[in-house]
Design a protein around this ligand. Structure first.
Ligand SMILES: Nc1ncnc2c1ncn2[C@@H]1O[C@H](COP(=O)(O)OP(=O)(O)OP(=O)(O)O)[C@@H](O)[C@H]1O
Length: 452
């Protein structure tokens, strides 16, 4: 038997320098090397040997639309009853579709349009459905250019008068008898950003066309967006209105069950997983996209932890992760001035002040601006930024009446202070504020008063 009387430091040296190794050191070194080598050799074999949870991950992604949409039969029928006019060569009535995010508006319209176009083809009827996402294509010029290009007209990215682009589209469309259904998804964004000129023009287009016919479908998350419309546009566009209500927990459960049959291998979900994902998403305005995301992230988390079954605890962790990712994304993309306002609220919150008013936040904000040489906005502007943060769900600001002292906002953070602080300090402009304290001056004054 060999006695190992080297000290630990020498032992380390032996392991890293095999040429000088004593017999035992050399043996250990070889064993270590071989096992690590074989681990690396089997890198992919090892990963592949883990029993997979997913059968087809893609069906849980937003880009996938299933053939059948549970709990949307009523809306599917309502849309189909209006669009069937296109198969008779007539222009269907214009439709406005409302519903909160994730209520299946886009999926329903995609599914009905596909069936309509397939049948029109079989019946030899010229009918096209043109989907435009107004989040991306968001000005009158861009929309008209996009439509004209669809009919093979060349329109430059900018430079033409809008009338010319519109005429190009009308001419191309009116070459033959056909029906064009234009779907403007996220139409509320378009109106808020670029006004309603495009809607005014499109809603009157049938008067100028001889052969072709156009129908418009607007999809909106915001029920009140028609307040921004000219009354003529409002009545023409809203000939028909269809509402998509939020899903409740039972309905979300059915949607998840349907999708999970395709997405997962058999017996990989604990029975509580789908009801829990459905319950969480139902709390968040009945959003099917959120429910599907939560289920996918839960399974990915289980997979990463080398678990072969998705459990309740994975769902809870996934929910936290999604929320932190969401906050991170929103906070990271805020303009610097909003970040400073938010950082002021975080500082006040961390120092134990929980019922903040606009004045408190403004005082800290002003000081932070001076510390990093930023322009100081007026209190009025800062009040607007506070309202924006409220709308984004980062803070909660409620207006309270102070009797004869008027009204003020009571502001509270609705996201975890520490993770928000970290994301804010990632911004190089705010980094030097790392050690800022909200009440530094006040405390100094107080200390002076006490010692005097
Ligand atoms: N009834 C349903 N059955 C199956 N999947 C659904 C159903 N409703 C929505 N989904 C799925 O949920 C996700 C979100 O749906 P969709 O994009 O249609 O919502 P939306 O109302 O258009 O939301 P947004 O206003 O945010 O665009 C998609 O992946 C969609 O396939």
């Amino acid at each position: 038997m060999l006695i190992d009387n080297t000290n630990p430091q020498q032992k380390n040296d032996q392991q890293s320098k095999p040429a000088d190794a004593g017999q035992k050191g050399l043996f250990e070194y070889l064993v270590k090397e071989t096992s690590e080598d074989s681990k690396i050799d089997k890198l992919f074999e090892n990963l592949l040997s883990i029993k997979p949870i997913f059968a087809n991950r893609e069906v849980l992604r937003p880009s996938y639309t299933p053939d059948y949409l549970p709990h949307r039969l009523e809306q599917i029928n309502a849309v189909a009853e209006i669009l069937v006019a296109a198969l008779r060569g007539e222009a269907p009535s214009n439709i406005l579709i409302y519903g909160k995010t994730g209520t299946g508006k886009t999926a329903t319209l995609e599914s009905v349009s596909k069936k309509l176009v397939d049948l029109a083809e079989k019946m030899n009827i010229e009918c096209k459905v043109l989907f435009i996402n107004c989040e991306r294509i968001d000005t009158q010029y861009r929309i008209l250019a996009h439509l004209a290009r669809h009919y093979n007209r060349e329109v430059p990215i900018t430079g033409w008068p809008t009338d010319q682009v519109f005429n190009e589209f009308k001419e191309a469309l009116d070459k033959k008898e056909q029906v064009a259904i234009i779907i403007l998804d996220e139409i509320d964004n378009l109106v808020k950003k670029s006004g309603d000129d495009i809607l005014y023009n499109l809603s009157r287009i049938n008067g100028d066309l001889k052969k072709a016919k156009v129908s418009i479908i607007g999809i909106s998350n915001d029920l009140t967006f028609t307040d921004y419309l000219d009354p003529r546009v409002k009545s023409s566009l809203g000939e028909e209105e269809i509402i998509f209500p939020p899903y409740n927990a039972d309905q979300l459960r059915d949607i998840l069950e349907q999708r999970s049959k395709m997405a997962f291998k058999e017996n990989t979900l604990e029975p509580a997983v789908i009801p829990l994902c459905a319950a969480f998403a139902a709390q968040e305005h009945g959003d099917a996209r959120k429910a599907l995301d939560l289920l996918r992230v839960s399974a990915e988390l289980a997979e990463r932890l080398r678990d072969t079954v998705v459990r309740e605890e994975h769902v809870r962790k996934a929910r936290e992760k999604i929320e932190i990712d969401r906050i991170t994304e929103v906070v990271r993309t805020l303009p610097t001035q909003s970040k400073l306002v938010l950082y002021s609220i975080v500082l006040l919150d961390s120092s134990g002040s929980h019922e903040l008013n606009t004045g408190d936040v403004y005082n800290v904000y002003r000081r932070l601006c001076r510390m990093i040489d930023m322009d100081v906005l007026t209190q009025r502007r800062v009040t607007d930024l506070i309202s924006e943060l409220d709308m984004l769900g980062i803070i909660n600001a409620i207006v309270v009446s102070k009797g004869r002292y008027g009204r003020t906002k009571e502001i509270a953070l609705s996201v975890p202070a520490e993770s928000t602080r970290k994301v804010l300090l990632d911004d190089y402009r705010l980094r030097t504020l790392k050690d800022a304290r909200p009440y530094f001056e006040a405390q100094q004054r107080l200390a002076k008063d006490i010692s005097a």
